[in-house]
Design a protein around this ligand. Structure first.
Ligand code: SAM
Length: 274
């Protein structure tokens, strides 16, 4: 059974091509590329002569049969213009169908924009949500952000430079102030990380209109700490339970747990009332 290799290519710096990726691109029978002209520049740089065919957004379904025919007689590598195919790039349908047809799918680890942006953002990396490109229309973006507003993990999205300011403004109006990191031109000469609040990022990019390629990393929702319970609040919550007929001992225990007050103090408030 032949193999479909998923081969990442650099997102800016040609040195980010791995040795394994170069070997696989040399050895496969065919390379399916998002844009054959872009990939040819890369292949010429590394003197790779493997035949190329196009596999892009507009032919990704009609091209499946041709790629499966090629897979009958040799291995195929899938590449996109930059980074990892399948990550906001064509690839998903081919990979899904290749799995369904029983072909071996072998992914090579390598360049992608989201991971470097995340790890250098200074925002929590223990859990994160990749949301790809944000919706373009104002209304759709607001609805999307509202749905995600309580997400606690760090968010990562791709953005274009001419939409960055509008996106940050809508972010601030829907979510309020959040920590963000705008990672620009990763791995390239003018690589830049802007770390701060949404307002600070807005001020920075209004003064210095952004150019190049951008990843926005957004801090997740942080729950407000519960306001401390004062005596009036403890009494009110406790008496409400007692009025419903709950025994003092269990009501005192429950309110002590919720409020952080000592159980016997809560119990005493209930006992005093009688
Ligand atoms: N497949 C790619 C990956 O693995 O990251 C993503 C392809 S997507 C069509 C292109 C978007 O990725 C750009 O608009 C930008 O948001 C982000 N991107 C790609 N290269 C980048 C770079 N060098 N610096 C920052 N963002 C980049």
């Amino acid at each position: 059974m032949r193999t479909l290799f998923i081969v990442p290519t650099p997102i800016g710096n040609l040195e980010d091509m791995t040795l394994r990726a170069l070997r696989v691109l040399r050895e496969v029978a065919l390379i399916a590329a998002e844009d054959t002209r872009t990939t040819r520049v890369l292949l010429n740089h590394y003197e790779i002569r493997t035949p190329l065919t196009s596999y892009h957004e507009h032919n990704k379904l009609t091209k499946l049969d041709a790629i499966f025919t090629a897979l009958e007689t040799g291995d195929v590598a899938l590449v996109s213009d930059a980074g990892t195919p399948g990550i906001s790039d064509p690839g998903y349908e081919l990979i899904k169908e290749a799995i369904a047809h029983g072909y071996r799918v072998e992914p090579l680890p390598g360049a992608t924009a989201l991971i470097p942006a995340l790890v250098a953002s200074g925002l929590p990396t223990d859990g994160f949500v990749y949301i790809g490109f944000l919706p373009r229309k104002d209304r759709a973006l607001r609805d999307f952000l509202k749905e995600l507003a309580l997400e606690r993990r760090t968010w990562i999205s791709y953005e274009s430079p001419h939409r960055l300011i509008d996106t940050l403004e809508i972010l601030r109006s829907v979510l309020g102030e959040r920590p963000v990191c705008v990672a620009r031109e990763l791995s390239k000469v003018y690589e830049e990380f802007f770390r701060g609040t949404v307002s600070q990022a807005l001020a920075h990019y209004t003064a210095n209109p952004p150019r190049g390629e951008i990843v926005i990393v957004i801090g997740g929702h942080v729950a407000e700490p519960e306001a401390a319970w004062d005596e009036a609040r403890v009494r009110e919550a406790l008496f409400a339970r007692l009025d419903e007929g709950e025994p003092l001992s269990s009501a005192a225990k429950a309110i002590a747990q919720k409020s952080g007050w000592e159980r016997r103090t809560v119990y005493a408030l209930g006992a005093e009332r009688d």
